[in-house]
Design a protein around this ligand. Structure first.
Ligand SMILES: [Zn+2]
Length: 371
């Protein structure tokens, strides 16, 4: 009886998707983003450049992942770590591997091989782990609606990166961290010119609650939905606390799937973006990008974010810059999942002072309040 009741309680929990360990066989439903979203949440770990910076393989500032050439094995391991922690997606690290960023660091000639390296590494992990293989476009930093030459260059940047992603056979596209509706529309058009694969478009909101061309997040996402994006929403810049109110507006504004991938930092009404955070411990200096540690969200804050977002019918979930595998595991667990990394999720019952196990000696538990 007890086992039966237990079984029943278990099945009432959010559906457990074992995609992470499923072997991928050609272009079946396991490689179909929209089928997966129909069945439940899709977790996409990203924010790779911040994690690689922390691990000592990428320079903060330009944030270009030269590590793709210098230590490809580190990028592969990072993808594997995120899948182990519960990511359903392996997204190619082509963020900031576009012509403009490589020009800024003087490596424009490495554009094609660096994109291909990122795609090859991600594809290898995706196919090995049965995760979705995503191509990635991002903010160009040169978009200017009044500059025809800049617009042409933005188009070129998107066309180039879409081309390499199509060549690699991505399962779907992500266009992310966009601050302008116009730039997002150019990214979506470039994808649609070359591919029929599903597309996720996410905007990044700075301190203002409007995009740089004046649209509210809800209006911006509705425009992209109408232009054919399959999933719309927000990524980066804002922590869960200051992203969620905007996500609610977006959920009301569109019919399609919604994405929410905040940064794992404690942003506030006064300092709503991670670039605006100042640290009172250090003369109120700007904490971005390498002094953000005191603002880091805990696992339980990310767990709460996942619960709240999924309850709102926001199904494309992730954590952006600053995310470590522990955040992704907390997000997966908030959906009732048990990725392989959950084997090591916290269990204090055998802790030397706080444990409740009968083998923990009283001489230790009595000292608890002084520990
Ligand atoms: Zn980010």
């Amino acid at each position: 009886m007890a086992t039966k009741a237990k079984k029943k309680a278990k099945s009432a929990k959010p559906k457990r998707v074992s995609a992470v360990r499923r072997e991928s066989k050609g272009g079946g439903p396991e490689r179909d983003l929209l089928a997966r979203l129909k069945a439940g949440a899709v977790i996409c770990a990203e924010g790779y450049v911040f994690e690689l910076e922390r691990r000592g393989y990428l320079q903060a500032g330009a944030f270009v992942p030269e590590v793709l050439f210098e230590h490809p094995e580190v990028v592969e391991q990072l993808h594997l770590d995120f899948v182990h922690a519960g990511s359903d997606v392996t997204q190619a690290l082509t963020y900031y591997v576009h012509r403009e960023k490589l020009r800024v660091i003087g490596r424009e000639k490495d554009l094609a091989p660096m994109n291909r390296a990122a795609l090859r590494i991600a594809k290898g992990v995706a196919r090995k782990t049965g995760t979705l293989f995503a191509g990635d476009l991002c903010n160009t930093n040169i978009y200017d609606p009044t500059d025809a030459r800049a617009l042409k260059e933005v188009e070129r940047i998107f066309d180039e990166q879409v081309g390499w992603a199509v060549e690699a056979g991505v399962d779907y596209f992500v266009a992310e961290t966009l601050g302008w509706v116009g730039e997002a529309e150019l990214a979506l058009k470039a994808i649609k010119r070359a591919s029929k694969a599903p597309t996720v478009v996410t905007f990044a909101m700075h301190q203002e609650t409007i995009l740089r061309d004046g649209f509210t997040p809800g209006d911006a996402c509705r425009r992209l939905e109408q232009a054919g994006a399959d999933v719309v929403g927000l990524n980066c810049h804002r922590g869960p606390a200051t992203m969620m109110p905007l996500i609610r507006d977006i959920r009301r504004a569109v019919k399609c799937h919604v994405a929410a991938l905040p940064v794992p930092y404690r942003t506030s009404t006064q300092q709503p973006s991670f670039m605006s955070l100042t640290d009172p411990c250090c003369g109120n200096r700007r904490a971005f990008p390498v002094g953000l540690d005191p603002f880091m969200a805990t696992r339980s804050e990310i767990f709460d974010f996942g619960r709240e977002a999924f309850a709102l019918e926001v199904r494309y979930l992730g954590v952006c810059c600053g995310a470590g595998p522990h955040h992704i595991r907390a997000l997966a667990e908030s959906l009732g999942r048990h990725p392989p990394a959950s084997r090591y999720s916290v269990d204090m019952s055998k802790h030397a002072f706080f444990g409740t196990d009968k083998l923990i000696r009283e001489i230790q538990t009595q000292y608890r309040d002084k520990a």
